[in-house]
Design a protein around this ligand. Structure first.
Ligand SMILES: Cc1cc2nc3c(=O)[nH]c(=O)nc-3n(C[C@H](O)[C@H](O)[C@H](O)COP(=O)(O)O)c2cc1C
Length: 371
């Protein structure tokens, strides 16, 4: 393994997907002890901050689809989690179209004040044409969706940091607009989700964080190199988060058996329909490199290709693979589980200390680790 000169020595950060949508994070009928309700999620957030997680990521969906029959709204839900925790940062998903930057800036500034700066946002660009149709929102072409998201982010940042903000975009316009109060310190971090060329370009130009679907270290490195090369010109250095579905058991065989079970109990029609919708969303992206472009049936059983990252095995194996992802450029690992409360606690107890021990060993002897 090689430690690269651009690699951070910061400890790798951890986030978990907030199950604010029903059905958990897999398109499978496998029994899950995960609930989308408020009480479950409040307790989960407390367990997660105790376990050493830095962030919780909410999801936004306006309609049902592929198992997600009920969906709590992301900004209101984030505020509730913040009100029931002390340290955890909560990332609220925001979808341009239904949201405009004016409302998002105002909501998040207020939540930032209420939570002493623990709110962040994840600007998502939309993958579900049926959802847009259902709520009467125009479904723009892939790269147009990103052009809008980029303007959204520029407007959001402008409103949060400037008085008399003036902006002339194709989608949003502001004239001498002054938001008061502005967010508390630290400024809300701006994440984005997506892996296409348009997503990487946007990250390079305007985002604080780039979230991508599950990936092997080699696949991740390719994306990181592309973003790093492009971002220099803009004086930006987006941090990188990668999705993974964790199955930790005493032996690798046991962990693999759980994965097999999740896939065996997947609803083939729902998985295929989800795959069709997700792949179609990227059709207008000329390069065909976006999320799900190459996803197999098995990959699609986890909404964001989380099995591909292969955090499936013993705590030692998982800790080593997390460090390999860090070597490939990951600053943050975004995690999903089958039974969230129990498995987040287990992760904090059994895996996180192993990751920290590996990081400490490498920091103490980087030359040996690089050999
Ligand atoms: C970590 C992550 C979280 C996401 N969360 C949401 C979400 O809550 N709601 C949503 O509609 N899309 C969500 N997306 C989808 C993306 O915004 C985007 O539409 C999708 O990844 C396709 O983009 P691409 O063509 O650039 O790969 C998420 C994507 C990632 C990687």
């Amino acid at each position: 393994m090689t430690i690269r000169s651009d690699q951070t020595l910061e400890p790798v950060r951890f986030a978990y997907w907030v199950p604010n949508v029903s059905g958990g994070l897999v398109v499978s009928r496998i029994p899950q002890r995960t609930s989308w309700d408020a009480g479950y999620n409040r307790k989960l957030a407390q367990i997660a901050e105790e376990a050493g997680f830095d962030y919780a990521l909410t999801q936004i969906r306006f309609t049902a689809g592929y198992g997600a029959e009920y969906q709590h709204e992301s900004v209101a839900f984030s505020q509730d989690l913040l009100a029931h925790t002390n340290k955890l940062k909560v990332i609220a998903a925001i979808l341009p179209g239904p949201w405009n930057p004016t409302l998002a800036a105002k909501q998040i500034a207020t939540i930032s004040q209420l939570s002493e700066g623990r709110i962040a946002v994840n600007i998502v660009s939309g993958w579900f044409a049926g959802e847009f149709r259902a709520i009467g929102e125009p479904w723009l072409d892939h790269d147009e969706r990103y052009r809008r998201s980029e303007e959204f982010i520029r407007a959001l940042r402008g409103i949060w940091t400037q008085d008399n903000f003036t902006f002339r975009g194709d989608f949003y316009r502001y004239t001498n607009y002054t938001l008061k109060p502005k967010p508390a310190d630290p400024q809300p971090e701006i994440f984005q989700g997506g892996s296409s060329r348009a997503a990487r370009d946007m990250a390079a130009r305007v985002s604080d964080w780039y979230f991508t679907n599950g990936a092997t270290p080699v696949e991740l490195r390719k994306q990181v190199d592309d973003i790093r090369a492009k971002s220099v010109e803009f004086g930006n250095r987006p941090k990188i988060g990668v999705n993974a579905f964790v199955i930790a058991r005493d032996t690798e065989e046991e962990a693999r058996a759980v994965l097999d079970d999740i896939i065996a109990q997947a609803d083939p029609e729902a998985v295929k329909a989800f795959g069709h919708e997700a792949k179609n969303a990227g059709k207008a992206s000329p390069e065909g490199e976006g999320n799900w472009a190459k996803s197999t049936f098995e990959d699609l059983v986890q909404y964001n290709d989380g099995f591909r990252t292969n955090l499936i095995g013993t705590p030692d194996q998982i800790a080593e693979r997390i460090v390999a992802l860090k070597d490939a450029g990951a600053d943050l690992i975004l995690l999903a589980f089958l039974h969230f409360q129990e498995e987040v606690a287990y992760f904090g107890r059994e895996i996180l200390p192993r990751v920290r021990a590996l990081e400490a060993a490498r920091e103490a002897a980087p030359a040996a680790a690089a050999a």
